[in-house]
Design a protein around this ligand. Structure first.
Ligand SMILES: C[S@@+](CC[C@H](N)C(=O)[O-])C[C@H]1O[C@@H](n2cnc3c(N)ncnc32)[C@H](O)[C@@H]1O
Length: 241
């Protein structure tokens, strides 16, 4: 066998390498209410799995702006934002099934018709199903901080991910990030400042928390531990402008 072939056998092909994911699936126990919501409400508010790009006009009854939230957790803050802004359409993506069930339940309880839900890896979904320049806003609140240095590569905020978000936002669309973990806040600031398609809405990388962002479950947890909170709001600009 030639050396080239033996070398290629040693290297795992990309097709067999597992992607670095920003989450670990710990499904936990579903409450009866969450299971019922998944069974009965997923067909109404869930976006079926598939490969076809989403058509925002067909997805929502109102032609309003579209906000995408990545990793909505238990969905309480997303549901309350959607309730407070009936003219804005929301797509929530979350891999944790109990959280998906909880949000479905809240959508029904609040009578919302401006929220649709997806339950797969947001990075893959955005790449595959969210059309370019189709979003007005993307929100990423308290993403898993992956504290240990050897796990930092699992943080969702990386230059390639930020480029992906830029490609899906409309011109002047906003990417809103928040975290309670200072080293992650610094990392976010470095990545966002280095990106030529984003400028901070404040004079520094960090903005005051906008009144419309509710305090989230993980934010509350951080506050109880004495953590600070950092919001970053960045507007998409044309490269070079
Ligand atoms: C630390 S929790 C924060 C939840 C919520 N935003 C809050 O502030 O309470 C991060 C959430 O992001 C979800 N998540 C992480 N990576 C994800 C991905 N690639 N796609 C979808 N959800 C993801 C996790 O399942 C988890 O529920």
């Amino acid at each position: 066998m030639s050396k080239a072939i033996t070398d290629s056998l040693k290297k795992p092909s990309e097709a067999f390498m597992r992607p670095v994911r920003s989450f670990v699936l710990r499904q936990g126990r579903l409450t009866k209410g969450q299971q019922l919501a998944l069974d009965e409400l997923w067909p109404v508010y869930g976006i079926p799995h598939g490969d076809s790009p989403l058509n925002m006009e067909q997805l929502f009854k109102n032609p309003g702006s579209v906000t995408l939230e990545i990793g909505f957790g238990d969905g309480v803050s997303l549901a309350s934002m959607a309730k407070a802004s009936p003219d804005t359409n929301f797509i929530g993506i979350e891999v944790h099934r109990p959280g998906v069930g909880r949000l479905l339940h809240l959508i029904q309880e609040y009578g919302l018709n401006n929220v649709r839900v997806m339950d797969e890896d947001a990075v893959e979904i955005i790449r595959r199903r969210i059309p370019e320049t189709s979003l007005d806003r993307v929100q990423l609140f308290f993403p898993d901080p992956w504290h240990k240095k050897r796990h930092n590569k699992r943080r969702i905020v990386q230059p390639d991910f930020v480029s992906l978000i830029a490609s899906r936002l409309k011109p002047s669309g906003v990417f809103h990030l928040a975290t309670d973990w200072e080293p992650y806040a610094q990392h976010m600031a470095v990545v966002m400042e280095a990106h030529e398609q984003f400028v901070s809405l404040a004079e520094t990388p960090f903005s005051p928390r906008p009144a419309e962002r509710p305090v989230t479950k993980f934010e509350n947890r951080g506050l109880k531990l004495g953590h600070g909170v950092w919001d970053l709001l960045y507007k998409k600009v044309c490269a070079g402008s």
